[in-house]
Ligand binder design. Sequence first.
Ligand code: M6R
Length: 616
Amino acid sequence: MCGIVGYIGKQKASAIILEGLKRLEYRGYDSAGIAIQQGGRFEVAKKAGRVEGLMKGTPALKITGTTGIGHTRWATHGGVTDANAHPHLSSDGRIALIHNGVIENYAGIKKFLLTKGYTFQSETDTEVLCNLIAYHYQKEPAAQGESRFLEAVRKTLRHVDGTYGIAVMCGDCPAEIVSARKGSPLILGVGDGELMLASDVAAIISRTQNVVYLKDGEVLHMTAQNFSISTLDSEDVSPVVDKITWKIEDSELNGHAHFMEKEIFEQPAALENTMRGRFSEDGSTAQFGGLNISAVDLRQTDRLHFLACGSAWHACLVTEHLIERFARVPVEVDYASEFRYRNMPLGNSTLFFTVSQSGETIDTLAAMREARRKGYKVLAINNVVGSSIAREADGGIYQHVGPEIGVASTKAFTSQLLVGALLALYLGRMRDMNFSDGVEYVQALKGVPDLVRRTLELAPAIKEIAKRYAHYHDFLFLGRLSLFPVALEGALKLKEISYIHAEGYPAAEMKHGPIALISEQCPSVFFVPSGEMFNKVVSSMQEIKARKGKIIAIATAHCELPAGLADEVIRIPECHEAVLPIVATVPVQLLSYYIAVELKRDVDKPRNLAKSVTVE
Ligand code: M6R
């Protein structure tokens, strides 16, 4: 939510910041703005709408100056207007600020500032923060040797409740940026004679691979020559410089129409990367480098508890099915946002997992903190290396699928399913799963990239189906057992990028209510596996057909469907139970994508959404 970019160096800051904002736009795209230091004052350009609009419709790019900050907004307090766009200036014009997060006690602070003569141009909590810094700056001289500007930011932050990632400039300090975080990510890029600040690495990788991940409670002071990090209580922090492994090409379209399309087609390679090095030498089980829990402790764990949001929550539901089936360990799955406020009894030997592509989702981070506060170990399954969740977890598993930029999760989701399948194998082999079943399972997982490649070949046929179905307003997605969460995922994909109403249900549950929706106007997408569930699913399909509902069947190769039952059949390869959810996901990704394209939706930046949800 919201993208932040800052630059100090020798180059023209506006060009670099706008380029960074374009790369961060998937974090929020309601409005965009920049502020550049210009001889003791600020040149500001900001506008509701996309970064593109800011570049075209204003002279933003013409602004010279080598120190500046920029922002893409996902609105929380205040509507999508030019006035509410960031950067905000204090009413005395001295301070410029951009912010990602929510200041919860802004109303009381605003009241106080009004009594001191500060005025407000916007409805945002951010402008309150900006004026409070200006207030502390003009009121209190700094201790000897301290920057007065830096100290004013620290003092302000000691008075605010809520979350923030901020970058601040002061008109009196021409080449300085002060930045701080609590609950919203910030990364410093250390380049050759220049420093960059951003909410994530996508904005930085074109200039440097050396980064410092700021931690909650830390304050960064950047000057043209150097940077230093301290706490809110002015204690020095020694920075750790890490190297980013992602390449600039990873965050470019490379000939694809949308990032979502690119990321769908990247899945064979992404899955290959997720499983690289994760099989034991004897080929019968999985292995993980960073779990930080001994096999003995893991063996004694009698319950696993998974916490996640959105697509990652769907991935956890599949993982629950696989772990219970193959390892016989009971699994609980919670929405991270609910877990935090529930008061459920938890066992003593429960191990927690959080699953999050970004590793920054605030609900998941907060749920993880709550579980750790209660004394539980929490392991994290994440894609983004160095993310807040990854750093605070007791151990974890990285997905290694490269940057996912399309707002709709695709390759990160299937990779989470793969990590879940690897975990089920690992835990299963510690318990009752024998050697040969382990070997068979490993072989099945190794075959996943190829199965996905073959399924992707269905794209042209699915595109044609999408054209025939794009005009419907309601869809049901129906599946059983491990394919029920895939039905949920299919419905989520369709609604988030095409704005078509869709619901996912267990196929048999459909007759307990949702069947009332069925008519010629509401198609159903059925997942049809061969094996024990086949006849049951076919019965559910018959019930739909009897009510004139159209049916799109995603059926495995050996299923012999009664003639005329399905209006459309998408044939996916037969495969092992542990990999079927991965393979079955691909057609619904393609179907949703092509329907959204047919409807001319903004596929990578659907309305009201943002890639990483860092507000509660
Ligand atoms: O970064 P995370 O995996 O924690 O994100 C969780 C959800 O916000 C995310 O999966 C969301 O539901 C996607 N838009 C789904 O496509």
